[in-house]
Ligand binder design. Structure first.
Ligand code: ZN
Ligand code: ZN
Ligand code: ZN
Length: 378
């Protein structure tokens, strides 16, 4: 993500712990060092978002020994400022314009290093130059090692996710009191983004408004369609608040709800609740997907639920674990993810209900609180 988002840092001890555990994850995978360029992973490990620019900034987390940070000389003061006391835990190696930072990385790796892992979104030019400079060290993906950490949220992180969810709920509650008929999807979407910001988001990243037949397209891009009485309207909104993502969907109906639509919605609502209720430690992720899918199929809409039930959420809107058929990974306390089944009847209408749910020691917590009932709007 290119958006610069300033987040309030957690205590330094948390980042020390993350760096230590990242090193353990590297060791467990026979990786000699993780190489992390500016990205959400970088922000996760160090607590600040460094600019992703053409000059190499690279955090090196070796399996053995302390971490180091290779930074362009002109950004050293920025890095030290942002890191605060944590800077004392890192060997900071500034490089000058005429130096080759990739050879500095090579020098910082232990002489017997065999394998290094590169951050998933590292720019191709950095990967290629690292590969040349580090030859014959093998380069592999750092994703699995870092995801092993990021997928389990601490209580502090869950607090932030809860506040982000509540802020999105506020926007949903407010928009449902407003008039829909006569406004375009685009107008309504802009209004929702404004409400997300007013509720405390730093960025309003998306505000899907799919009305009438567009409600049957899960990722519909709001356009100039004028919303009218008789439309189902799917709202799927979210952004970043204090470094953590919100993502919630609610469906409304403009005017009186036809019986056929309320029957469809009833199936969906029961399916969404069944999936939320299925969440508990040890339950395979795919079982949560099945809980929703079973009820939707029994309701006669099996072919109309055309996407997975959910995705993990944290500093990014979509991350692991994915709530999808084929993911047998057992849920663990600290997993946070969406539960968002939908029913889409092409050319007619659709509906989706999405909440963020956290797996806890004794079950689950649904972070969103706005009503899931089918609300009729003006
Ligand atoms: Zn989506
Ligand atoms: Zn969503
Ligand atoms: Zn989602």
């Amino acid at each position: 993500m290119a958006v610069a988002v300033s987040t309030s840092r957690f205590a330094d001890a948390l980042y020390r712990d993350r760096l230590r555990r990242a090193a353990e994850e590297a060791a467990a995978r026979d990786v000699d060092a993780l190489l992390v360029t500016p990205s959400v992973d970088y922000a996760y490990l160090l607590g600040y978002r460094a600019p992703a620019l053409e000059r190499l900034t690279c955090l090196i987390v070796p399996a053995e020994g302390g971490p180091s940070l290779v930074v362009p000389h002109l950004e050293e003061s920025l890095a030290r400022h942002e890191l605060g006391d944590l800077a004392g835990d890192l060997v900071i190696v500034p490089w000058d314009e005429t130096e080759d930072p990739f050879w500095i990385v090579r020098d910082l790796l232990q002489g017997n290093a065999m394998r290094a892992a590169v951050q998933d979104q590292m720019w191709a030019r950095f990967v290629l130059r690292l590969r040349a400079a580090l030859d014959p060290i093998e380069l592999v993906e750092a994703g699995p090692a870092i995801s092993a950490l990021r997928r389990i949220k601490t209580l502090d992180e869950i607090d932030r996710l809860r506040l982000a969810a509540r802020a999105a709920d506020e926007a949903i509650d407010e928009i449902r009191t407003e008039r829909f008929a006569g406004r375009t999807e685009r107008e309504l979407s802009a209004r929702i983004r404004q409400l997300l910001l007013e509720a405390g988001h730093q960025s309003a990243d998306f505000a899907i408004v799919g009305s009438g037949p567009n409600s049957a397209s899960p990722h519909h891009e709001p356009d100039d369609r004028v919303i009218a009485v008789g439309d189902a309207v799917v709202l799927d909104i979210g952004g970043i608040r204090d470094g953590y993502a919100s993502d919630t969907s609610r469906t409304v109906f403009v005017g009186e709800v036809p019986r056929e639509y309320s029957a469809l919605y009833d199936v969906l609502q029961r399916a969404q609740l069944a999936a939320c209720t299925a969440v508990a430690p040890g339950v395979p992720a795919e079982e949560v997907d099945r809980a929703a899918r079973r009820l939707i199929a029994e309701g006669g809409y099996g072919d109309a639920f055309i996407h997975r039930t959910g995705h993990g959420i944290g500093m990014e809107t979509h991350e692991e674990p994915y709530i999808v058929d084929g993911n047998a990974e057992p849920l663990r306390p600290g997993h946070a993810f969406s539960i968002e089944p939908g029913i889409y009847v092409a050319g007619e209408w659709g509906a989706r209900i999405e909440d963020i749910v956290v797996c806890t020691e004794d079950g689950s917590e649904v972070l969103n609180r706005s009503s899931r009932e089918l609300i009729s709007v003006a």
